[in-house]
Ligand binder design. Structure first.
Ligand code: GUN
Length: 297
Protein backbone atom coordinates (compact mmCIF):
# COMPACT_ATOMS: atom_id res chain seq x y z
CA UNK A 1 0.00 0.00 0.00
CA UNK A 2 1.13 3.54 -0.64
CA UNK A 3 -0.34 6.09 1.72
CA UNK A 4 -2.33 9.14 0.76
CA UNK A 5 -0.24 12.20 1.61
CA UNK A 6 -2.27 14.58 3.79
CA UNK A 7 -1.67 18.10 2.45
CA UNK A 8 -1.57 20.21 5.62
CA UNK A 9 -0.37 23.24 3.69
CA UNK A 10 -3.49 23.28 1.50
CA UNK A 11 -5.78 22.45 4.43
CA UNK A 12 -4.28 25.29 6.50
CA UNK A 13 -4.82 27.71 3.60
CA UNK A 14 -8.46 26.60 3.50
CA UNK A 15 -8.83 27.16 7.28
CA UNK A 16 -7.28 30.64 6.95
CA UNK A 17 -9.70 31.39 4.11
CA UNK A 18 -12.69 30.33 6.21
CA UNK A 19 -11.43 32.44 9.13
CA UNK A 20 -10.98 35.47 6.84
CA UNK A 21 -14.50 35.06 5.42
CA UNK A 22 -15.96 34.92 8.94
CA UNK A 23 -13.93 37.96 10.01
CA UNK A 24 -15.26 39.91 7.01
CA UNK A 25 -18.85 39.01 8.02
CA UNK A 26 -18.21 40.05 11.65
CA UNK A 27 -16.97 43.42 10.44
CA UNK A 28 -19.82 43.94 7.98
CA UNK A 29 -22.63 42.79 10.29
CA UNK A 30 -21.38 43.91 13.71
CA UNK A 31 -18.45 46.31 13.17
CA UNK A 32 -16.20 43.96 15.18
CA UNK A 33 -12.58 43.12 14.31
CA UNK A 34 -10.90 40.23 16.19
CA UNK A 35 -7.56 41.27 17.71
CA UNK A 36 -4.51 39.15 18.56
CA UNK A 37 -1.57 40.31 20.67
CA UNK A 38 1.68 38.35 20.49
CA UNK A 39 4.34 38.93 23.13
CA UNK A 40 7.97 37.99 22.46
CA UNK A 41 10.59 38.34 25.19
CA UNK A 42 14.18 38.16 23.95
CA UNK A 43 15.78 37.50 20.58
CA UNK A 44 15.56 33.74 20.01
CA UNK A 45 15.88 33.50 16.18
CA UNK A 46 13.31 30.69 15.75
CA UNK A 47 10.79 32.54 17.96
CA UNK A 48 11.33 35.73 15.94
CA UNK A 49 10.44 33.86 12.74
CA UNK A 50 7.30 32.34 14.32
CA UNK A 51 6.16 35.70 15.69
CA UNK A 52 6.70 37.42 12.33
CA UNK A 53 4.64 34.72 10.56
CA UNK A 54 1.88 34.94 13.15
CA UNK A 55 1.62 38.73 12.68
CA UNK A 56 1.62 38.45 8.88
CA UNK A 57 -1.08 35.76 8.76
CA UNK A 58 -3.21 37.57 11.36
CA UNK A 59 -3.26 40.68 9.17
CA UNK A 60 -3.93 38.63 6.02
CA UNK A 61 -7.04 37.21 7.73
CA UNK A 62 -8.28 40.80 8.23
CA UNK A 63 -7.66 40.81 11.99
CA UNK A 64 -6.08 43.43 14.22
CA UNK A 65 -2.49 42.35 15.01
CA UNK A 66 -0.33 43.73 17.82
CA UNK A 67 3.25 42.68 18.55
CA UNK A 68 5.10 43.41 21.78
CA UNK A 69 8.83 42.74 21.58
CA UNK A 70 10.50 43.00 24.96
CA UNK A 71 14.19 42.98 25.95
CA UNK A 72 15.68 39.65 27.03
CA UNK A 73 16.18 41.02 30.57
CA UNK A 74 12.56 42.18 30.96
CA UNK A 75 11.42 41.69 34.55
CA UNK A 76 8.55 39.44 35.51
CA UNK A 77 6.73 42.47 36.96
CA UNK A 78 6.95 44.32 33.65
CA UNK A 79 5.71 41.29 31.70
CA UNK A 80 2.81 40.71 34.12
CA UNK A 81 1.88 44.41 33.87
CA UNK A 82 1.73 44.13 30.07
CA UNK A 83 -0.47 41.02 30.31
CA UNK A 84 -2.75 42.92 32.70
CA UNK A 85 -3.08 45.73 30.13
CA UNK A 86 -3.87 43.29 27.32
CA UNK A 87 -6.40 41.46 29.51
CA UNK A 88 -8.21 44.77 30.01
CA UNK A 89 -8.02 45.91 26.35
CA UNK A 90 -11.40 45.36 24.62
CA UNK A 91 -9.74 45.45 21.16
CA UNK A 92 -7.67 42.36 22.05
CA UNK A 93 -9.46 38.98 22.02
CA UNK A 94 -6.39 36.71 21.98
CA UNK A 95 -3.06 36.89 23.83
CA UNK A 96 -0.10 34.66 23.01
CA UNK A 97 3.16 34.76 24.94
CA UNK A 98 5.78 33.09 22.77
CA UNK A 99 7.58 30.23 24.52
CA UNK A 100 10.20 29.46 25.63
CA UNK A 101 10.65 32.49 27.87
CA UNK A 102 14.13 33.48 29.13
CA UNK A 103 15.17 31.43 32.18
CA UNK A 104 14.63 34.15 34.81
CA UNK A 105 10.87 34.27 34.01
CA UNK A 106 8.33 31.84 35.50
CA UNK A 107 6.43 30.54 32.44
CA UNK A 108 3.60 28.95 34.44
CA UNK A 109 2.96 32.11 36.40
CA UNK A 110 3.03 34.23 33.25
CA UNK A 111 0.70 31.93 31.26
CA UNK A 112 -1.74 31.71 34.17
CA UNK A 113 -1.87 35.53 34.34
CA UNK A 114 -3.57 35.61 30.92
CA UNK A 115 -7.38 35.94 31.02
CA UNK A 116 -8.48 32.34 30.21
CA UNK A 117 -11.04 33.70 27.72
CA UNK A 118 -8.15 35.33 25.78
CA UNK A 119 -5.76 32.37 26.15
CA UNK A 120 -5.67 31.39 22.47
CA UNK A 121 -2.83 28.90 23.18
CA UNK A 122 -5.10 26.97 25.56
CA UNK A 123 -2.22 26.66 28.06
CA UNK A 124 -3.91 28.35 31.07
CA UNK A 125 -4.62 25.83 33.81
CA UNK A 126 -8.35 26.72 33.64
CA UNK A 127 -8.48 25.79 29.96
CA UNK A 128 -6.54 22.58 30.63
CA UNK A 129 -9.13 21.67 33.28
CA UNK A 130 -12.09 22.60 31.08
CA UNK A 131 -10.74 20.48 28.21
CA UNK A 132 -10.07 17.56 30.57
CA UNK A 133 -13.65 17.64 31.81
CA UNK A 134 -15.18 17.99 28.34
CA UNK A 135 -16.29 21.59 28.83
CA UNK A 136 -16.02 24.49 26.41
CA UNK A 137 -12.42 25.79 26.50
CA UNK A 138 -9.68 27.29 24.39
CA UNK A 139 -7.87 24.35 22.78
CA UNK A 140 -4.09 24.25 22.07
CA UNK A 141 -3.46 25.05 18.41
CA UNK A 142 -1.32 22.11 17.27
CA UNK A 143 -3.60 19.35 18.63
CA UNK A 144 -6.63 21.23 17.27
CA UNK A 145 -4.97 21.24 13.85
CA UNK A 146 -4.28 17.49 14.10
CA UNK A 147 -7.93 16.87 15.03
CA UNK A 148 -9.14 18.86 12.02
CA UNK A 149 -6.90 16.83 9.68
CA UNK A 150 -8.13 13.54 11.21
CA UNK A 151 -11.82 14.49 10.98
CA UNK A 152 -11.33 15.60 7.38
CA UNK A 153 -9.67 12.31 6.43
CA UNK A 154 -11.73 9.86 8.51
CA UNK A 155 -15.08 11.52 9.20
CA UNK A 156 -16.26 10.10 12.52
CA UNK A 157 -13.40 8.96 14.79
CA UNK A 158 -15.77 7.10 17.13
CA UNK A 159 -14.46 3.75 18.37
CA UNK A 160 -11.08 4.02 16.64
CA UNK A 161 -7.88 3.03 18.46
CA UNK A 162 -5.71 6.14 18.78
CA UNK A 163 -2.14 6.06 20.06
CA UNK A 164 -0.49 9.36 20.96
CA UNK A 165 3.28 8.98 21.28
CA UNK A 166 4.46 11.78 23.58
CA UNK A 167 3.03 13.22 26.78
CA UNK A 168 3.84 16.95 26.61
CA UNK A 169 1.43 19.54 27.98
CA UNK A 170 1.48 21.36 24.61
CA UNK A 171 0.65 18.43 22.32
CA UNK A 172 0.44 14.89 23.76
CA UNK A 173 -1.92 15.41 26.69
CA UNK A 174 -4.39 17.79 24.99
CA UNK A 175 -4.33 15.62 21.84
CA UNK A 176 -5.37 12.62 23.93
CA UNK A 177 -8.22 14.63 25.50
CA UNK A 178 -9.48 15.75 22.09
CA UNK A 179 -9.41 12.20 20.71
CA UNK A 180 -11.27 10.97 23.79
CA UNK A 181 -13.81 13.75 23.19
CA UNK A 182 -14.35 12.28 19.71
CA UNK A 183 -14.90 8.82 21.30
CA UNK A 184 -11.60 7.19 20.34
CA UNK A 185 -10.02 4.55 22.54
CA UNK A 186 -6.89 6.46 23.51
CA UNK A 187 -3.45 5.31 24.62
CA UNK A 188 -0.77 7.81 25.59
CA UNK A 189 2.58 6.15 24.96
CA UNK A 190 6.01 7.58 25.72
CA UNK A 191 9.69 6.78 26.05
CA UNK A 192 9.07 4.41 29.00
CA UNK A 193 6.21 2.50 27.38
CA UNK A 194 6.85 -1.25 27.21
CA UNK A 195 6.52 -2.93 23.80
CA UNK A 196 6.03 0.46 22.15
CA UNK A 197 6.19 -1.12 18.67
CA UNK A 198 3.27 -3.45 19.52
CA UNK A 199 1.24 -0.63 21.06
CA UNK A 200 1.67 1.56 17.98
CA UNK A 201 0.96 -1.34 15.61
CA UNK A 202 -2.57 -1.75 17.06
CA UNK A 203 -3.49 1.87 16.30
CA UNK A 204 -5.94 3.08 13.66
CA UNK A 205 -4.61 6.58 14.39
CA UNK A 206 -1.00 7.36 15.34
CA UNK A 207 -0.07 10.86 16.51
CA UNK A 208 3.70 11.15 16.96
CA UNK A 209 4.81 14.08 19.12
CA UNK A 210 8.06 13.16 20.83
CA UNK A 211 10.57 15.49 19.19
CA UNK A 212 12.99 12.71 18.21
CA UNK A 213 13.92 12.42 14.54
CA UNK A 214 12.32 9.41 12.80
CA UNK A 215 11.81 7.58 16.09
CA UNK A 216 8.77 5.68 14.78
CA UNK A 217 9.88 3.31 11.99
CA UNK A 218 7.53 2.14 9.26
CA UNK A 219 7.30 -1.41 10.60
CA UNK A 220 5.58 -0.10 13.76
CA UNK A 221 2.66 1.19 11.66
CA UNK A 222 -0.40 -0.99 11.18
CA UNK A 223 -1.65 -1.45 7.60
CA UNK A 224 -4.02 1.36 6.64
CA UNK A 225 -3.42 3.46 9.78
CA UNK A 226 -3.66 7.26 9.64
CA UNK A 227 -0.36 8.80 10.77
CA UNK A 228 -0.11 12.39 12.03
CA UNK A 229 3.50 13.47 12.49
CA UNK A 230 3.89 16.50 14.76
CA UNK A 231 7.70 16.37 14.88
CA UNK A 232 9.82 19.03 13.20
CA UNK A 233 13.47 18.01 13.65
CA UNK A 234 16.41 19.52 11.83
CA UNK A 235 19.06 16.91 11.08
CA UNK A 236 22.32 16.91 9.20
CA UNK A 237 22.01 15.13 5.86
CA UNK A 238 24.47 14.26 3.11
CA UNK A 239 27.18 16.83 2.40
CA UNK A 240 26.65 18.65 5.72
CA UNK A 241 23.33 20.11 4.54
CA UNK A 242 20.53 20.18 7.09
CA UNK A 243 16.99 19.00 6.38
CA UNK A 244 13.72 18.71 8.29
CA UNK A 245 12.35 15.31 9.31
CA UNK A 246 9.45 14.29 11.49
CA UNK A 247 9.17 11.86 14.40
CA UNK A 248 8.10 9.16 11.91
CA UNK A 249 10.35 7.54 9.28
CA UNK A 250 8.27 8.88 6.40
CA UNK A 251 9.38 6.69 3.47
CA UNK A 252 8.91 3.35 5.23
CA UNK A 253 5.71 4.44 7.03
CA UNK A 254 4.17 5.61 3.74
CA UNK A 255 4.50 2.04 2.42
CA UNK A 256 2.03 0.73 5.04
CA UNK A 257 -0.09 3.64 6.28
CA UNK A 258 -3.45 4.56 4.77
CA UNK A 259 -2.61 8.25 5.05
CA UNK A 260 0.30 10.24 6.47
CA UNK A 261 1.28 13.89 7.01
CA UNK A 262 4.63 14.92 5.50
CA UNK A 263 7.29 17.05 7.23
CA UNK A 264 7.38 19.84 6.25
CA UNK A 265 3.91 20.65 4.88
CA UNK A 266 1.79 18.52 7.22
CA UNK A 267 0.89 19.58 10.75
CA UNK A 268 3.24 22.61 10.83
CA UNK A 269 1.11 25.05 8.81
CA UNK A 270 -2.00 24.05 10.78
CA UNK A 271 -0.70 25.56 14.03
CA UNK A 272 -0.91 29.23 12.99
CA UNK A 273 -4.16 28.57 11.07
CA UNK A 274 -5.66 27.25 14.33
CA UNK A 275 -4.28 30.22 16.25
CA UNK A 276 -6.30 32.46 13.91
CA UNK A 277 -9.34 30.18 14.34
CA UNK A 278 -8.98 30.38 18.14
CA UNK A 279 -8.71 34.18 18.04
CA UNK A 280 -11.91 34.32 15.99
CA UNK A 281 -13.64 31.91 18.41
CA UNK A 282 -12.52 33.99 21.42
CA UNK A 283 -13.85 37.15 19.74
CA UNK A 284 -17.23 35.54 18.99
CA UNK A 285 -17.55 34.29 22.58
CA UNK A 286 -16.56 37.71 24.00
CA UNK A 287 -19.34 39.31 21.96
CA UNK A 288 -22.01 36.65 22.61
CA UNK A 289 -22.07 35.68 18.91
CA UNK A 290 -22.28 32.14 17.46
CA UNK A 291 -18.94 30.37 17.15
CA UNK A 292 -17.52 29.64 13.70
CA UNK A 293 -18.54 26.18 12.51
CA UNK A 294 -15.84 23.62 11.76
CA UNK A 295 -13.09 25.73 13.34
CA UNK A 296 -13.41 24.58 16.96
CA UNK A 297 -13.12 21.23 18.75
N1 GUN B 1 6.62 28.04 21.01
C1 GUN B 1 6.59 26.97 20.18
N2 GUN B 1 5.31 26.59 19.95
C2 GUN B 1 4.53 27.44 20.63
C3 GUN B 1 3.12 27.57 20.78
O1 GUN B 1 2.31 26.80 20.24
N3 GUN B 1 2.70 28.60 21.57
C4 GUN B 1 3.56 29.44 22.19
N4 GUN B 1 3.04 30.39 22.95
N5 GUN B 1 4.87 29.35 22.07
C5 GUN B 1 5.34 28.35 21.30
Amino acid sequence: MTAEIIDGKAFAADVRGRVAAHVARLQADHGITPGLAVVLVGEDPASQVYVRNKGKQTKEAGMHSVEHRLDPDTSQERLLALIGELNADPAIHGILVQLPLPGHLDSELVINAIDPAKDVDGFHVSNVGLLGTGQKSMVPCTPLGCLMLLRDRLGSLSGLNAVVVGRSNIVGKPMAQLLLGDSCTVTIAHSRTRDLAEVVRRADIVVAAVGRPEMVPGDWIGPGATVIDVGINRIEGAGGKTRLVGDVAFDSAAQVAGAITPVPGGVGPMTIACLLANTLTACCRANGLPEPEGLTA
